[in-house]
Design a protein. Structure first.
Length: 407
Protein backbone atom coordinates (compact mmCIF):
# COMPACT_ATOMS: atom_id res chain seq x y z
CA UNK A 1 0.00 0.00 0.00
CA UNK A 2 1.11 3.56 -0.73
CA UNK A 3 0.00 6.30 1.62
CA UNK A 4 -1.50 8.67 -0.94
CA UNK A 5 0.29 11.93 -1.50
CA UNK A 6 -1.02 15.21 -2.92
CA UNK A 7 -1.77 15.15 -6.62
CA UNK A 8 -2.67 11.50 -6.89
CA UNK A 9 -1.92 9.11 -9.70
CA UNK A 10 -3.29 11.18 -12.56
CA UNK A 11 -1.11 14.29 -12.20
CA UNK A 12 2.40 14.46 -13.59
CA UNK A 13 4.84 15.56 -10.91
CA UNK A 14 8.48 15.78 -9.97
CA UNK A 15 8.61 13.47 -6.99
CA UNK A 16 11.50 13.05 -4.61
CA UNK A 17 11.95 9.82 -2.65
CA UNK A 18 13.84 9.96 0.63
CA UNK A 19 14.37 6.50 2.04
CA UNK A 20 15.80 5.53 5.38
CA UNK A 21 15.37 3.34 8.41
CA UNK A 22 13.92 6.36 10.29
CA UNK A 23 14.46 4.65 13.64
CA UNK A 24 13.39 7.18 14.72
CA UNK A 25 12.88 9.91 12.15
CA UNK A 26 14.55 13.17 13.21
CA UNK A 27 14.89 16.82 12.21
CA UNK A 28 17.82 16.08 9.91
CA UNK A 29 15.56 13.93 7.74
CA UNK A 30 12.82 16.56 7.69
CA UNK A 31 15.18 19.45 6.90
CA UNK A 32 16.78 17.43 4.10
CA UNK A 33 13.39 16.68 2.51
CA UNK A 34 12.18 20.29 2.74
CA UNK A 35 15.38 21.90 1.39
CA UNK A 36 15.79 19.47 -1.49
CA UNK A 37 12.16 19.94 -2.47
CA UNK A 38 12.75 23.69 -2.68
CA UNK A 39 16.19 23.63 -4.27
CA UNK A 40 15.33 21.18 -7.03
CA UNK A 41 11.77 22.37 -7.67
CA UNK A 42 10.12 19.12 -6.65
CA UNK A 43 6.36 18.99 -6.32
CA UNK A 44 6.53 16.61 -3.37
CA UNK A 45 8.85 14.37 -1.42
CA UNK A 46 7.91 10.92 -0.24
CA UNK A 47 9.47 9.77 3.01
CA UNK A 48 10.00 6.04 2.56
CA UNK A 49 10.68 4.09 5.78
CA UNK A 50 12.68 1.02 4.86
CA UNK A 51 11.13 -2.40 5.19
CA UNK A 52 13.64 -5.06 6.13
CA UNK A 53 16.97 -4.23 4.52
CA UNK A 54 18.92 -7.47 3.95
CA UNK A 55 22.08 -5.97 5.49
CA UNK A 56 20.35 -5.25 8.81
CA UNK A 57 18.86 -8.68 9.49
CA UNK A 58 20.69 -8.99 12.82
CA UNK A 59 20.20 -5.39 13.92
CA UNK A 60 17.57 -4.31 16.45
CA UNK A 61 15.21 -2.46 14.11
CA UNK A 62 11.86 -1.17 15.34
CA UNK A 63 9.00 -2.91 13.48
CA UNK A 64 8.18 -1.09 10.27
CA UNK A 65 4.61 -0.07 11.02
CA UNK A 66 5.75 1.71 14.18
CA UNK A 67 8.45 3.59 12.25
CA UNK A 68 5.82 4.46 9.67
CA UNK A 69 3.58 5.99 12.34
CA UNK A 70 6.51 8.02 13.71
CA UNK A 71 7.21 9.38 10.22
CA UNK A 72 3.56 10.32 9.74
CA UNK A 73 3.63 12.23 13.03
CA UNK A 74 6.83 14.00 12.03
CA UNK A 75 5.47 15.54 8.82
CA UNK A 76 2.03 16.60 10.04
CA UNK A 77 1.37 20.11 8.77
CA UNK A 78 4.39 20.26 6.42
CA UNK A 79 3.18 20.90 2.85
CA UNK A 80 4.59 18.73 0.09
CA UNK A 81 5.82 15.93 2.35
CA UNK A 82 4.09 12.57 2.57
CA UNK A 83 4.87 9.10 3.84
CA UNK A 84 5.01 5.99 1.67
CA UNK A 85 4.42 2.63 3.34
CA UNK A 86 5.19 0.48 0.32
CA UNK A 87 8.17 -1.24 1.96
CA UNK A 88 7.11 -1.68 5.57
CA UNK A 89 3.83 -3.26 4.50
CA UNK A 90 5.61 -6.04 2.59
CA UNK A 91 6.79 -9.40 3.87
CA UNK A 92 10.41 -10.42 3.53
CA UNK A 93 13.44 -8.37 2.61
CA UNK A 94 13.04 -5.22 0.56
CA UNK A 95 15.27 -3.88 -2.20
CA UNK A 96 15.40 -0.39 -3.69
CA UNK A 97 15.14 -1.66 -7.26
CA UNK A 98 11.89 -3.49 -6.56
CA UNK A 99 10.42 -0.51 -4.69
CA UNK A 100 11.35 1.97 -7.40
CA UNK A 101 9.97 -0.31 -10.11
CA UNK A 102 6.65 -0.48 -8.26
CA UNK A 103 6.53 3.28 -7.74
CA UNK A 104 7.33 3.89 -11.40
CA UNK A 105 4.58 1.49 -12.41
CA UNK A 106 2.10 3.17 -10.07
CA UNK A 107 3.02 6.71 -11.16
CA UNK A 108 4.28 6.31 -14.75
CA UNK A 109 3.95 10.01 -15.59
CA UNK A 110 6.07 11.19 -12.65
CA UNK A 111 9.74 12.06 -12.79
CA UNK A 112 11.21 10.23 -9.81
CA UNK A 113 14.29 11.49 -7.96
CA UNK A 114 15.90 9.16 -5.45
CA UNK A 115 17.54 11.19 -2.69
CA UNK A 116 20.63 9.40 -1.43
CA UNK A 117 23.59 10.13 0.83
CA UNK A 118 27.04 9.96 -0.71
CA UNK A 119 28.12 7.18 1.69
CA UNK A 120 25.23 4.97 0.58
CA UNK A 121 25.63 5.82 -3.11
CA UNK A 122 29.30 4.83 -2.98
CA UNK A 123 28.25 1.19 -2.70
CA UNK A 124 25.31 1.30 -5.10
CA UNK A 125 26.96 -1.01 -7.65
CA UNK A 126 26.53 -3.82 -5.11
CA UNK A 127 22.77 -3.29 -4.81
CA UNK A 128 20.33 -5.82 -6.24
CA UNK A 129 19.62 -5.05 -9.92
CA UNK A 130 21.76 -1.91 -9.71
CA UNK A 131 21.90 -1.68 -13.50
CA UNK A 132 18.10 -1.27 -13.65
CA UNK A 133 17.88 1.69 -11.26
CA UNK A 134 18.50 4.22 -14.04
CA UNK A 135 15.31 3.04 -15.74
CA UNK A 136 13.19 4.09 -12.79
CA UNK A 137 14.65 7.33 -11.49
CA UNK A 138 17.33 9.98 -11.41
CA UNK A 139 19.36 10.62 -8.27
CA UNK A 140 19.95 13.59 -6.02
CA UNK A 141 23.23 13.09 -4.22
CA UNK A 142 23.49 14.52 -0.71
CA UNK A 143 26.85 15.30 0.88
CA UNK A 144 26.72 14.21 4.50
CA UNK A 145 28.78 15.79 7.22
CA UNK A 146 31.60 13.49 8.18
CA UNK A 147 31.28 11.52 4.94
CA UNK A 148 32.83 13.99 2.52
CA UNK A 149 35.37 11.38 1.35
CA UNK A 150 32.56 9.34 -0.13
CA UNK A 151 31.46 11.96 -2.65
CA UNK A 152 34.00 11.06 -5.35
CA UNK A 153 33.28 7.34 -4.90
CA UNK A 154 29.54 8.03 -5.09
CA UNK A 155 29.91 9.97 -8.35
CA UNK A 156 31.93 7.13 -9.85
CA UNK A 157 29.44 4.49 -8.69
CA UNK A 158 26.42 6.32 -10.09
CA UNK A 159 28.29 6.87 -13.35
CA UNK A 160 29.14 3.17 -13.49
CA UNK A 161 25.46 2.18 -13.46
CA UNK A 162 24.61 4.84 -16.04
CA UNK A 163 22.43 6.88 -13.71
CA UNK A 164 21.56 10.55 -14.13
CA UNK A 165 22.22 12.53 -10.97
CA UNK A 166 22.49 15.97 -9.45
CA UNK A 167 24.48 16.99 -6.39
CA UNK A 168 22.96 18.92 -3.51
CA UNK A 169 25.49 21.41 -2.18
CA UNK A 170 23.69 22.05 1.11
CA UNK A 171 25.07 20.72 4.38
CA UNK A 172 22.48 19.26 6.70
CA UNK A 173 22.71 18.95 10.48
CA UNK A 174 24.51 15.82 11.61
CA UNK A 175 21.88 14.16 13.76
CA UNK A 176 22.13 10.49 14.70
CA UNK A 177 19.16 8.21 15.25
CA UNK A 178 21.48 6.03 17.29
CA UNK A 179 22.25 8.88 19.69
CA UNK A 180 18.54 9.71 19.95
CA UNK A 181 17.77 6.10 20.88
CA UNK A 182 20.48 6.26 23.54
CA UNK A 183 18.85 9.33 25.05
CA UNK A 184 15.51 7.55 25.30
CA UNK A 185 17.26 4.51 26.76
CA UNK A 186 18.80 6.70 29.44
CA UNK A 187 15.41 8.16 30.35
CA UNK A 188 16.02 11.47 28.59
CA UNK A 189 13.57 13.05 26.16
CA UNK A 190 15.54 14.47 23.20
CA UNK A 191 15.02 18.19 22.63
CA UNK A 192 12.97 19.63 19.79
CA UNK A 193 16.21 20.64 18.05
CA UNK A 194 16.78 16.91 17.40
CA UNK A 195 13.35 15.39 16.96
CA UNK A 196 9.81 16.69 16.35
CA UNK A 197 7.87 17.01 19.60
CA UNK A 198 5.03 14.84 18.31
CA UNK A 199 7.52 12.06 17.57
CA UNK A 200 9.07 12.33 21.01
CA UNK A 201 5.62 12.14 22.60
CA UNK A 202 4.67 9.02 20.62
CA UNK A 203 7.98 7.32 21.44
CA UNK A 204 7.56 8.05 25.13
CA UNK A 205 3.96 6.83 25.08
CA UNK A 206 4.76 3.59 23.24
CA UNK A 207 7.77 2.73 25.38
CA UNK A 208 10.11 2.38 22.39
CA UNK A 209 13.88 2.48 22.84
CA UNK A 210 13.82 1.56 26.51
CA UNK A 211 16.22 -1.28 25.87
CA UNK A 212 16.08 -4.88 26.93
CA UNK A 213 14.11 -7.62 25.26
CA UNK A 214 11.41 -6.72 22.74
CA UNK A 215 7.87 -7.25 23.92
CA UNK A 216 6.04 -10.26 22.52
CA UNK A 217 3.72 -7.93 20.60
CA UNK A 218 6.66 -6.22 18.88
CA UNK A 219 8.39 -9.53 18.19
CA UNK A 220 5.26 -10.83 16.49
CA UNK A 221 4.88 -7.68 14.41
CA UNK A 222 8.50 -7.90 13.32
CA UNK A 223 8.35 -11.62 12.54
CA UNK A 224 5.24 -11.01 10.46
CA UNK A 225 7.29 -8.68 8.28
CA UNK A 226 10.40 -10.88 7.85
CA UNK A 227 8.83 -14.32 7.46
CA UNK A 228 6.49 -15.66 4.82
CA UNK A 229 2.86 -15.89 5.99
CA UNK A 230 3.11 -19.70 6.17
CA UNK A 231 6.32 -19.56 8.21
CA UNK A 232 4.87 -16.95 10.55
CA UNK A 233 1.79 -19.10 11.22
CA UNK A 234 4.13 -22.05 11.83
CA UNK A 235 6.10 -19.99 14.37
CA UNK A 236 2.93 -19.13 16.26
CA UNK A 237 2.01 -22.80 16.22
CA UNK A 238 5.40 -23.87 17.59
CA UNK A 239 5.12 -21.28 20.36
CA UNK A 240 1.73 -22.65 21.41
CA UNK A 241 2.88 -26.25 21.16
CA UNK A 242 6.05 -25.53 23.13
CA UNK A 243 3.91 -24.11 25.94
CA UNK A 244 1.71 -27.23 25.88
CA UNK A 245 4.74 -29.52 26.06
CA UNK A 246 6.35 -27.38 28.75
CA UNK A 247 3.25 -27.79 30.89
CA UNK A 248 3.17 -31.55 30.21
CA UNK A 249 6.84 -32.18 30.97
CA UNK A 250 7.49 -29.52 33.61
CA UNK A 251 9.53 -26.84 31.82
CA UNK A 252 9.29 -23.05 32.05
CA UNK A 253 6.32 -22.10 29.87
CA UNK A 254 7.43 -18.50 29.31
CA UNK A 255 10.84 -19.58 28.01
CA UNK A 256 9.23 -22.28 25.90
CA UNK A 257 6.89 -19.76 24.30
CA UNK A 258 9.67 -17.30 23.52
CA UNK A 259 11.99 -19.95 22.07
CA UNK A 260 9.14 -21.41 20.02
CA UNK A 261 8.14 -18.02 18.69
CA UNK A 262 11.69 -17.14 17.63
CA UNK A 263 12.92 -20.57 16.55
CA UNK A 264 12.69 -19.66 12.84
CA UNK A 265 13.58 -15.98 13.14
CA UNK A 266 16.59 -16.46 10.81
CA UNK A 267 14.75 -18.69 8.34
CA UNK A 268 14.88 -16.17 5.50
CA UNK A 269 18.57 -15.28 5.89
CA UNK A 270 20.76 -16.27 2.94
CA UNK A 271 24.40 -17.34 2.95
CA UNK A 272 25.37 -14.10 1.20
CA UNK A 273 23.98 -12.08 4.11
CA UNK A 274 26.38 -13.60 6.62
CA UNK A 275 29.05 -11.12 5.53
CA UNK A 276 27.00 -8.37 7.18
CA UNK A 277 27.75 -9.88 10.61
CA UNK A 278 31.30 -10.90 9.68
CA UNK A 279 30.42 -14.60 9.72
CA UNK A 280 30.50 -17.41 7.22
CA UNK A 281 28.76 -20.77 6.96
CA UNK A 282 31.81 -22.41 8.52
CA UNK A 283 31.36 -20.34 11.70
CA UNK A 284 28.22 -22.35 12.45
CA UNK A 285 29.69 -25.80 11.74
CA UNK A 286 31.57 -28.02 14.18
CA UNK A 287 34.43 -28.69 11.79
CA UNK A 288 35.09 -28.62 8.02
CA UNK A 289 33.97 -32.25 7.62
CA UNK A 290 30.96 -32.14 9.94
CA UNK A 291 28.46 -32.46 7.12
CA UNK A 292 26.97 -29.04 7.89
CA UNK A 293 23.99 -28.21 5.66
CA UNK A 294 22.56 -24.83 4.72
CA UNK A 295 19.13 -26.24 5.55
CA UNK A 296 19.98 -26.17 9.27
CA UNK A 297 21.81 -22.84 9.31
CA UNK A 298 18.77 -20.95 10.59
CA UNK A 299 19.03 -22.78 13.92
CA UNK A 300 22.42 -21.55 15.19
CA UNK A 301 22.05 -18.30 13.26
CA UNK A 302 18.63 -17.81 14.87
CA UNK A 303 20.29 -17.64 18.28
CA UNK A 304 22.49 -14.80 16.99
CA UNK A 305 19.51 -12.93 15.56
CA UNK A 306 17.36 -13.51 18.68
CA UNK A 307 20.07 -11.96 20.82
CA UNK A 308 21.09 -9.05 18.60
CA UNK A 309 17.77 -8.11 16.96
CA UNK A 310 15.26 -9.02 19.66
CA UNK A 311 17.33 -8.50 22.80
CA UNK A 312 17.02 -12.07 24.11
CA UNK A 313 19.72 -12.84 26.69
CA UNK A 314 18.39 -15.99 28.35
CA UNK A 315 20.96 -18.71 27.60
CA UNK A 316 18.36 -21.50 27.80
CA UNK A 317 16.13 -19.82 25.23
CA UNK A 318 19.07 -19.13 22.91
CA UNK A 319 20.23 -22.74 23.21
CA UNK A 320 16.77 -24.06 22.32
CA UNK A 321 16.64 -21.85 19.24
CA UNK A 322 20.15 -22.87 18.16
CA UNK A 323 19.51 -26.62 18.56
CA UNK A 324 16.01 -26.90 17.16
CA UNK A 325 17.15 -27.94 13.66
CA UNK A 326 19.60 -30.71 14.58
CA UNK A 327 19.59 -31.16 18.33
CA UNK A 328 22.98 -32.00 19.88
CA UNK A 329 24.74 -34.57 22.03
CA UNK A 330 23.57 -32.68 25.14
CA UNK A 331 20.08 -31.21 25.23
CA UNK A 332 18.21 -29.60 28.09
CA UNK A 333 14.52 -30.21 28.65
CA UNK A 334 13.74 -26.91 26.92
CA UNK A 335 15.99 -27.86 23.97
CA UNK A 336 14.06 -31.09 23.57
CA UNK A 337 10.66 -29.45 23.83
CA UNK A 338 11.35 -26.87 21.11
CA UNK A 339 13.02 -29.52 18.92
CA UNK A 340 9.86 -31.67 19.09
CA UNK A 341 7.38 -28.77 18.98
CA UNK A 342 8.75 -27.94 15.54
CA UNK A 343 7.38 -31.32 14.39
CA UNK A 344 4.18 -31.51 16.43
CA UNK A 345 2.63 -28.06 16.14
CA UNK A 346 -0.95 -28.17 14.93
CA UNK A 347 -0.28 -26.93 11.40
CA UNK A 348 1.95 -29.90 10.55
CA UNK A 349 0.16 -32.66 8.64
CA UNK A 350 1.15 -36.05 7.32
CA UNK A 351 1.97 -39.52 8.70
CA UNK A 352 5.46 -38.54 9.85
CA UNK A 353 4.26 -35.63 11.96
CA UNK A 354 1.30 -37.59 13.33
CA UNK A 355 3.65 -40.34 14.53
CA UNK A 356 6.00 -37.87 16.23
CA UNK A 357 2.95 -36.34 17.90
CA UNK A 358 1.69 -39.76 19.05
CA UNK A 359 5.07 -40.81 20.42
CA UNK A 360 5.44 -37.52 22.27
CA UNK A 361 2.05 -37.74 23.94
CA UNK A 362 2.04 -41.49 24.64
CA UNK A 363 5.69 -42.42 25.24
CA UNK A 364 7.55 -39.18 25.89
CA UNK A 365 10.11 -36.84 24.35
CA UNK A 366 13.01 -39.27 23.96
CA UNK A 367 11.20 -41.86 21.79
CA UNK A 368 9.84 -39.01 19.68
CA UNK A 369 13.32 -37.53 19.25
CA UNK A 370 14.78 -40.90 18.22
CA UNK A 371 12.02 -41.45 15.66
CA UNK A 372 12.28 -37.88 14.29
CA UNK A 373 16.04 -38.26 13.83
CA UNK A 374 15.69 -41.65 12.10
CA UNK A 375 13.08 -40.37 9.66
CA UNK A 376 14.97 -37.13 9.01
CA UNK A 377 18.15 -39.09 8.23
CA UNK A 378 16.21 -41.25 5.75
CA UNK A 379 14.93 -38.12 3.99
CA UNK A 380 18.41 -36.61 3.81
CA UNK A 381 19.88 -39.85 2.41
CA UNK A 382 17.22 -39.90 -0.32
CA UNK A 383 18.19 -36.36 -1.24
CA UNK A 384 21.85 -37.32 -1.38
CA UNK A 385 22.73 -34.45 0.94
CA UNK A 386 25.25 -34.36 3.81
CA UNK A 387 23.93 -35.18 7.28
CA UNK A 388 24.88 -32.68 9.95
CA UNK A 389 26.86 -34.57 12.59
CA UNK A 390 24.71 -33.02 15.33
CA UNK A 391 21.73 -34.97 14.05
CA UNK A 392 23.78 -38.14 14.54
CA UNK A 393 24.73 -37.01 18.04
CA UNK A 394 21.07 -36.39 18.86
CA UNK A 395 19.98 -39.79 17.60
CA UNK A 396 22.74 -41.56 19.52
CA UNK A 397 21.85 -39.66 22.70
CA UNK A 398 18.21 -40.68 22.39
CA UNK A 399 19.06 -44.33 21.63
CA UNK A 400 21.38 -44.54 24.65
CA UNK A 401 18.73 -43.06 26.92
CA UNK A 402 16.13 -45.52 25.65
CA UNK A 403 18.53 -48.42 26.22
CA UNK A 404 19.22 -47.19 29.74
CA UNK A 405 15.50 -47.11 30.49
CA UNK A 406 15.12 -50.75 29.41
CA UNK A 407 17.79 -51.93 31.84
Amino acid sequence: MIREYPGGKKDMAKTGILGGTFDPIHNGHIECAVKIKQEFGLDRVLLLPSGNPPHKFANPVTPGLLRLRLAEKAIEGIPGLSVCGIEVEKNGYTYAADTLAELKDTYPADDLYYIIGSDSAAGITNWKDADKLKDYCSFILVKRQGAEDYLEKAVMALSDIGAEFKICEDQFPKISSTEIRKKFLGGEIPGKELIPEKVAELVAKSGLYRGGQMSEEMIKEDLRSVLTPKRYIHSLGVADEAVRLAEKFGADQGKARLAGLLHDCAKSVSLSQLKFINMSEEDFSLCPNSGFSYRVLHGPLGAVVAKSRYGVTDSEVLSAIAKHTTGDREMSLLDRIVFIADYTEKNRSGDFFREVRRLTDEEGLVPAIAYACDETIKIILKRGEPIDVRTIYTRNMAIKELEALKQ
